[in-house]
Design a binder for this molecule. Structure first.
Ligand code: NAI
Ligand code: CS2
Length: 489
């Protein structure tokens, strides 16, 4: 085992960044860039206060108990590992609902931090659903109970947009310049969409505040990329065998990329020195990654999960599935991209397949399959609509949609049941209950969900027919039958 250990730099204390969404990705991506920056520069102004608004208080408290230090295990392969200790997190807070049903244990402390003039950036990894936007339209879902709750009680916000609006309101009131809001979630135009959510929520409260936010607050976009699977018992056991017994550790690949729109009026760390690409326009990079990497991930997730395949590694080693991913990337995703000179999409596709084949990551397909209603518009559907508008069919995506529809029944093709983790899971269960015996009606009902599927695409008869045909083949002939049928057309 080629093992390199990197210690954290001494803590410095000043918090300049608040992060909402203390998840695995934040700890393995943004925090690693900041730790490397601190190691190199000695600059102590960019310590992080990380908060959880949902999920458990466990990680928040266990990181505090570990003096906010944890290990990132960066695997090149099963034999090559860098163990990097991270110390840039200076504080963790919990603003979610605890096991007794109480909300916002540390909400006020978090808002005080967000209002402090020392705080110059607020970043987020709250998952695509954490913005409460309609996946298809990007509009704030003002009918969502969490949002209606924040509208009714704006000073006790429970959502990420609600916290941002309340903190900005306090800064506006106190004459403190706003922080920059940096989304690090897998959403198209993630900065613009975050701005949409925040301004639309502020409009429900105070038009003057909403205008101030719209005019004065920077919401740069960013493309983020590092495969960081949720930790499994096997991951903790592997680390323990190396003498690392850290309950807050994360495991990830060596690859990491961050492309950020350079729009930080209040200043930012000099991330460039750590390889972060500061650009004027993130969109081409974001679309490339969302459609080629994430679109392939979702294809693999639904087709693989239905066939009882457990991880990305297992899936990409299924010959026909691998061929399908490459075909999707090069024939259906790449042609929709407008890339700067010099980007070789064939090479990018091969690099993605190599990353997926990393045998040291146990990236579960069920994790990728979650929240499909929030992911598929940007991963498959927007590009497929562009192709349909140009008269082109998208057989791989049609098969993917068929697989997703079947997946949301909560039972794979082998009869194994599982929980469908999606904000629309209840709706899916109702549709399968209503139309389960009538594939044509079921597919039509899914395509008619205009908060997920662009209505223009749903109206495309060739696409609708392709999804139905794929659904029938998949459910009658299984994965291999569906892949063989795709091969023939
Ligand atoms: P995770 O499950 O470890 O963390 C999810 C975080 O989102 C938790 O802090 C949770 O409290 C928060 N959250 C969930 N629903 C929320 C809601 N409705 N409101 C507020 N907070 C909410 O997942 P992980 O791996 O950290 O991924 C988080 C996001 O990071 C992804 O959804 C994606 O957008 C982005 N990302 C993840 C990558 C990965 O490989 N894990 C890579 C690239 C981007
Ligand atoms: C994955 C992403 O869970 C998922 O939906 O497709 O988290 C993926 O691992 C990252 O975007 C890779 O950068």
């Amino acid at each position: 085992m080629d093992l390199q250990r990197i210690e954290a730099k001494q803590k410095s204390g000043q918090i300049g960044i608040i992060h909402l969404g203390l998840g695995a990705f934040h700890r393995a991506h943004q925090a690693v860039y900041l730790e490397r920056y601190r190691q190199r520069s000695g600059d102590g102004e960019w310590g992080v206060c990380s908060a959880n608004l949902r999920s458990s208080v466990g990680l928040v408290d266990s990181l505090r108990d570990a003096n906010y230090r944890y290990q990132v295990a960066e695997y090149t392969d099963t034999e090559t590992l860098t163990l990097r200790e991270i110390g840039v997190i200076e504080e963790t807070l919990f603003s979610g609902q605890d096991s007794a049903g109480r909300w916002g244990r540390d909400r006020e402390a978090l808002l005080v931090r967000m209002t402090s003039a020392d705080t110059r950036v607020v970043s987020l990894t709250v998952t695509e659903k954490g913005y409460f936007l309609s996946p298809a339209s990007g509009e704030l879902r003002v009918d969502d109970p969490m949002i209606t709750g924040d509208i009714a009680s704006p000073q006790q916000p429970r959502t990420a947009p609600g916290l941002l609006v309340e903190a900005l309101a306090r800064r506006h009131e106190a004459g403190i310049a706003p922080f920059t809001v940096l989304s690090c979630d897998n959403m198209p135009d993630n900065g613009k969409r975050t701005r949409q959510a925040v301004v639309q929520l502020a409009e429900q409260r105070d038009a003057t505040l909403a205008k101030w936010i719209a005019d004065e607050v920077a919401f740069p976009c960013s493309m983020v990329d590092r495969i960081v699977p949720a930790m499994t018992d096997a991951d903790f056991e592997r680390l323990a065998a190396l003498g690392v017994t850290d309950p807050n550790a994360v495991v990830c690949e060596t690859f990491s990329q961050w492309v950020v729109e350079d729009n930080f009026p209040m200043g930012r760390p000099s991330w460039e020195a750590e390889g972060v690409e500061m650009v004027a326009d993130v969109a081409p990079f974001e679309t490339m990654k969302l459609r080629m990497l994430n679109g392939s991930h979702s294809l693999l997730a639904y087709l693989g999960a239905l066939a009882g395949i457990e991880t990305v590694y297992d899936g990409v080693n299924h010959g026909e599935l691998r061929a399908l991913l490459r075909r999707y990337m090069l024939e259906e995703a790449a042609p929709t991209l407008e890339m700067p000179e010099g980007i070789d999409l064939d090479a990018y596709a091969d690099s993605l397949l190599a990353r997926f084949a990393n045998d040291s990551l146990r990236h579960r397909l069920q994790q990728i399959a979650m929240d499909g209603s929030q992911k598929l518009p940007q991963r498959w559907l927007t590009g497929t609509l562009e192709r349909a508008s140009a008269g082109q069919t998208s057989s791989c995506v049609a098969l993917g949609m068929a697989a997703w529809i079947r997946y949301t029944a909560g039972e794979d093709l082998l009869g194994n049941r599982y929980a469908v983790d999606d904000p629309l899971a209840k709706r899916f269960a109702e549709l399968h209950q209503l139309h389960g015996g009538d594939p044509s009606a079921l597919v039509a009902a899914y395509l008619a969900m205009d908060d997920v599927v662009p209505s223009q695409l749903a109206a495309d008869k060739r696409f609708a027919q392709a999804v139905l045909t794929a659904y029938l083949t998949l459910t009658h002939d299984g994965l291999d039958g569906a892949l063989a049928a795709l091969e023939r057309n």
